[in-house]
Design a protein around this ligand. Sequence first.
Ligand code: HEM
Length: 385
Amino acid sequence: MMAQPVNEWERRLYLAAHPVGYPFLRTLARIGPVVRVPSVGVVVNDAALAREVLLDGETFRKDGPGSSGALWTPVLGPSVLLNMEGAAHHELRRRLAGLFTPGSAEQICSDVLAGQSADLGSRLASGAAVDLVEVARAAAGAVICALIGLDGGRGREMVDDGERITAMIGLRTRAMSLAQQDSARAVLGGITASAATAYQAAGTTTVVGRMRGLDLSEEEAVGAAAAFFLTGTETVATFVPRLIALLCDTGELDRVSASPDELLDPAIDEALRVTTPSPAMLRSVAAPGRVGRIKVRSGDRIVLATHNCARALGPFDLDRPHPPELRHLWFGAGPHFCIGYPLAMAEIRTLARTVLAHTPLRVVRRAATRGVLIPTYRILEVARS
Ligand code: HEM
């Protein structure tokens, strides 16, 4: 098979997901660090400027018009972290701080994913072609089920449900239609009902149950569970196959599998930079000011094009360090930095380590999914070579 140009498949995934929006977004990156685009907003393509915006939660907010909060508040209510600001947000984050430590996240994953990892390992060892898309979706679904106390068997279908909700959102979406809100609520109803039961049971076996011990009200705990589902399922499920495909395409899989303790985390970080599973972040301007050379007014919508910021460094390169302004930008920065970061890393490591233990591997079949928010493989089959 001919070697793929670096990142070629990543480009195909983005184009399948956003045939018009992606070329447009990449063109904006060439125009300048900050660009005002009618009917889209002020688009930021530069990592240092994006970080400045993220760190200034007073001026650039997630609860104003055009922000992601505005998209989700009609569906989730007003207090679900990702649409909160100021003291209330700070206080809820403080109470949730101990929820996902690196240790507890590793424990959740080793408990929940032990069976699936063992099955993945034995299928790879047998020489069978394994679809990593199915594997990663089942795993991400099982983890979210465990957080909210749902039967893990429903996890796989929940990932599809989540994808249908986020597929309603594009670069220009400022609000969901009433029909879209209804279908989002119908899907989320299953999550919130189960989260409410886990909260009332108040045990320590589910993360939502533990939230009661952290003094969260039922409404706050159920809202947090819905936010975890929306932000923490598809991102992880889509990323794992992209990581392995990138390592295969760049010829780095064997090197990482020879020294996983040293190279796996840098490989994950670099693949997150190239893929940016959350390709953009939205803010609403609360007071007049500037972003770089562009003046902004109250009510302006800011689109932080994480993907453009991250891609400015070039194609996948495991040996190139990330400059400070880029550090973990794909998980955000400042007050809204991804609360699920330790859990995401633990899930990714658990699956990646199993795959890496069965190299050499090659991609035997793959295809991209069309019309989704987060670019993804529809199928990515790998087999021992
Ligand atoms: C590779 C996987 C993931 C990526 C790339 C990712 C990315 C992000 C980003 C960029 C933000 C900040 C958004 C902004 O500032 O506008 C964020 C916030 C958030 N993430 Fe993640 N995330 C991932 C996995 C997870 C997981 C596994 C969970 C939980 C189970 C999670 C839960 C959240 C929540 C609740 C927020 C909102 C935090 C707040 O507003 O205070 N994420 N994530």
